[in-house]
Design a protein around this ligand. Structure first.
Ligand SMILES: *[C@@H]1O[C@H](CO)[C@@H](O)[C@H](O)[C@H]1NC(C)=O
Length: 616
């Protein structure tokens, strides 16, 4: 891509939009066309696509979203994929709900304040119906500038632009509206002006817009939710249900045009001005102040280096020669920290014994060491090898890190045993592994997921069971899902068990990584700088290292020591190649490693299945 900012025309050609050459009339120049004001009540359907995903996840990702919005009535409903998963809330009645597939049937999490989880307030806030000002699904574009006319498809459209600049980072938004003022297309792109690289691109295309009153029945609680509330106080895990409910609301809101714009359109003008201090600007400021501190520390250390002795003697992050890393505004730039945390992590809270389902004590075998520490290589790096899998994937707006971490470990084990580099289906795990204690897009665990894979008889490939970034019906073996879910996906690989490497035993983790290949590990990833990590060795004294501090699952793919003598772990994340070093990161190894050495696991392949591959 060319360096520098894209002009609107370049942007237009990129998007296949033809701009009219019509000169503006005197009339327009004098008064200036003004952006449309959205109605207060409307129904709309649009698809949101993330073009950067297309290279890895088959078919890319195209979310169909259906929104019913009643601003004055303070109620909203979102359907995804034609109602496969839906969420809604009504602030005046004090109800919020989420309807989703769980293996083979629809389930509801709902609350009316007295019945259901206590997460009602959090859920309503997530849906944009919190106390105070409601967040509208469409952004307020009243202050955007006129940018000419365009043809979109076969129709005329008017373009409105907003360029949000912070340092060398700019976010460029173009909203196309129809002659009657209805939304047609929104294109959003973040650019780094220095490098010309983009870190963020979304395209939203409207297929339907209908202003005016909406019948009550669209906002009514769906049948299963009515039954749930009508049944009175619930047994079971009310806390988990509250977590799912609040998480689903934040996930739903995170694909709204206004949320993607950082602030959010708002009903009240005063609040609109406040939202100018948008998530994007706040995040850009965090990135810039961190990098300025790092640059200052580096130049200080250069000027005093004549008197410095050995760089490697620097303590854990205290000295200027210790670990340091830079941040970069990336595709999380538009999300608030809460939205980000609800959609980009996904390790469930620490499990308590006896919580129903097929939950069992982790059945991993203990690891047996075969090498002494002094026999280990100084560096291991599986990046780009067959064991590293097909590339860096993206969990998008679903707390499914656990599925990506486990798939990474399974891909590695399968390659080591058979030489076959396959891409396995994270969606199979999200949809099918509930009974083992997982919670779909609301979180999951490493070992219970591996228990599912072994019991189910194996893994389907990504191409047969593509990723949706939301809960779906299970198409794994032995499940009769509704016909609309599609046929069961064929299995491509079979596993026999898994091995737990001793906790916090760095030598053992290094050896397993060296001999077995990439390992699924836990990490404390929720601290704000980590989501904008760009390069260097991440070190954060605030990182927790206890089981309760863990919130994310990643794949451990290497270790080593930098030229400055800083020991690091190398991890592969599931936040796309626009995060970190093309999707990977270094984290300090000795001392605080944010929990990476706490719970490392690798899978073992079914011997007969491996032999069958070799014989073929
Ligand atoms: C919630 O639903 C229950 C059961 O239908 C009902 O008894 C209760 O009054 C409702 N509470 C509120 C605040 O609406």
């Amino acid at each position: 891509m060319a360096r520098g900012a894209l002009s609107l025309l370049a942007l237009a050609s990129l998007l296949g939009v033809a701009f009219g050459a019509r000169p503006m009339s005197d009339m327009e120049i004098l008064s200036g066309p003004t952006p449309p004001v959205w109605p207060l009540v409307y129904e709309m359907e649009y698809t949101i696509s993330l073009p950067y995903l297309q290279t890895l996840q088959p078919g890319g990702l195209k979310y169909p979203v259906h929104v019913w919005w009643d601003g004055p009535g303070r109620r909203v409903r979102y359907d995804f994929y034609g109602g496969l998963d839906s969420s809604g809330g009504e602030a005046n009645k004090g109800t919020a709900w989420n309807l989703y597939p769980r293996i083979d049937a629809l389930r509801c999490d709902a609350s009316n304040g007295t019945v259901g989880p206590t997460a009602l307030g959090a859920a309503l806030e997530g849906l944009g119906l919190g106390e105070g000002v409601a967040t509208t699904p469409l952004p307020d574009i009243s202050h955007w500038t006129y940018a000419g006319t365009a043809r979109i498809g076969n129709a005329d459209a008017t373009a409105w632009q907003l360029n949000d600049r912070h340092g060398e980072k700019t976010a460029s938004y173009t909203f196309y509206t129809a002659p009657n003022g209805w939304p047609v297309r929104l294109h959003m792109m973040g650019l780094n002006l220095l490098t010309g690289s983009h870190y963020d691109e979304y395209v939203l295309e409207w297929t339907r817009f209908k202003p005016g009153p909406i019948a009550d029945r669209f906002f009514d609680l769906p049948g299963p939710c009515q039954e749930l509330l009508g049944a009175g106080p619930q047994d079971g895990d009310v806390e988990a249900s509250g977590r799912r409910l609040a998480g689903a609301a934040l996930r739903a809101a995170s694909v709204l045009p206004s949320a993607l714009l950082g602030g959010a359109g708002s009903l009240a003008l005063a609040a609109l001005r406040d939202s100018a201090a948008s998530a994007w600007a706040a995040n850009a400021a965090l990135v810039e102040s961190h990098n300025a501190r790092v640059a200052a520390a580096t130049s200080a250390s250069v000027s005093s280096s004549a008197s410095a002795t050995s760089a490697s003697e620097a303590g854990s992050g205290s000295g200027s020669d210790g670990p340091s890393y830079t941040l970069s505004l990336n595709h999380f730039g538009h999300l608030t920290h809460r939205q980000w945390a609800a959609t980009s992590l996904g390790l469930g809270p620490r499990r308590t014994a006896g919580a129903g389902g097929k939950l069992k004590l982790p059945s991993g075998r203990p690891y047996q060491r075969v090498l002494r520490n002094d026999q280990l290589p100084t560096q291991v790096d599986w990046r780009g090898s067959g064991a590293d899998g097909p590339g860096v994937k993206d969990q998008v707006s679903c707390g499914s890190c656990w599925a990506f971490g486990v798939v990474g470990a399974l891909q590695a084990a399968w390659f080591q045993a058979t030489g076959q580099s396959l891409s396995f289906s994270e969606q199979q795990l999200v949809d099918c592994a509930w009974e083992y204690g997982n919670d779909g897009c609301a979180g999951g665990y490493i070992e219970p997921t591996l228990d599912y894979v072994i019991d189910a008889g194996g893994m389907a490939q990504e191409s047969d069971y593509p990723y949706l970034a939301q809960n779906g019906y299970c198409r794994g073996p032995g499940v009769k899902a509704p016909a609309s879910a599609g046929p069961p996906a064929p299995l491509a690989a079979k596993f026999s068990g898994y091995v737990n490497v001793p906790s916090r035993d760095e030598g053992a983790v290094m050896e397993a990584l060296h001999l077995q290949g990439p390992l699924a590990v836990l990490i404390n990833a929720a601290l704000p700088p980590f989501k904008f990590y760009s390069e260097g060795v991440y070190h954060n004294d605030a990182c927790g290292m206890e089981p309760d501090d863990m919130d994310h699952v990643v794949l451990l793919v290497g270790y080593g020591t930098t030229a400055e003598g800083v020991d690091y772990w190398l991890i592969k994340n599931s936040w796309s190649k626009y995060w970190g070093m093309d999707g990977y990161a270094r984290v300090t190894r000795k001392g605080n490693d944010c929990g990476i050495s706490l719970n490392a696991v690798f899978a073992t392949v079914d011997a007969q299945a491996a032999e069958a591959v070799e014989a073929a």
